[in-house]
Ligand binder design. Sequence first.
Ligand code: SF4
Length: 63
Amino acid sequence: MKLQINDYCIRCGICEDVYPDIFKRNYETHNIDVLFDEIPEDKQERAEQAAADCAVAAIKIIR
Ligand code: SF4
């Protein structure tokens, strides 16, 4: 499983606040970075929850 942040992310930062083990704000690009290329198995459930939590559905799951 991979995660992709779409361009229409409003950079609210909630994903980083709630799931700091998966997301990190990049202060140079002002984007949200996903910390993993392949999401580790033990974080996949949280990654799915993060995608469901995003208010603008900007977190795309790629399987
Ligand atoms: S929760 Fe969604 S809109 Fe907010 S920063 Fe994360 S990906 Fe972007």
